[in-house]
Design a protein around this ligand. Structure first.
Ligand code: DAT
Ligand code: MG
Length: 152
């Protein structure tokens, strides 16, 4: 459906490296609609909940330390197949396995500094969007230009 949503986040390294605009631009140019955006420095508890599925992994503490180290840019993008397409646009978890042309493949080298996050399923997207945004922070606006010129 054209109103599928994904949670996409620019991690602290992406913010420090000045890649916020470039990452947003890729989703905009593709034709996806930005419906929520904020910059915040997330708490440890908030990030541990976000990454709850990984809590038993050996890299969990370093992942959380990295994610609390600075501001992130949290976003909700909307459009046809955005969850799957968003993952493809981000690239593989390990940037060394990410195709050139993907965000991670173009801008990063190591898994622990892979600059961006994207929901891995529609269910995780719904969970993550509710975790990062209040309902009134999401802008459910109509865009006739996108409706006519991105979709047929
Ligand atoms: P993704 O971010 O591609 O959804 P994930 O959900 O498996 O990947 O892991 C979340 C983040 O945790 C990932 O972006 C970077 C870190 N991570 C994952 N696997 C790792 C590993 N083997 N070593 C170090 N960090 C890892
Ligand atoms: Mg993941």
């Amino acid at each position: 459906a054209n109103n599928e949503r994904s949670f996409i986040m620019i991690k602290p390294d992406g913010v420090h490296r000045g890649l916020v605009g470039k990452i947003i631009q890729r989703f905009e140019e593709r034709g996806y609609k930005l419906v929520a955006l904020k910059q915040m420095t997330a708490s440890k508890a908030h990030l541990e909940e976000h990454y709850i599925d990984l809590k038993d992994k050996p890299f969990f503490p370093s992942l959380i330390n990295y994610m609390v180290s600075g501001p992130v840019v949290a976003m909700v993008w909307q459009g046809l197949d955005i969850v799957k397409q968003g993952r493809a646009m981000l690239g593989a978890t390990n940037p060394l396995a990410s195709a050139p042309g993907s965000i991670r493949g173009d801008y990063s080298i190591q898994t622990g500094r892979n600059i961006c996050h994207g929901s891995d399923s529609v269910d995780s997207a719904n969970r993550e969007i509710a975790h990062w945004f209040k309902a009134d922070e999401i802008n459910d606006y109509n865009s006739p230009f996108i409706n006519s010129w991105v979709y047929e």
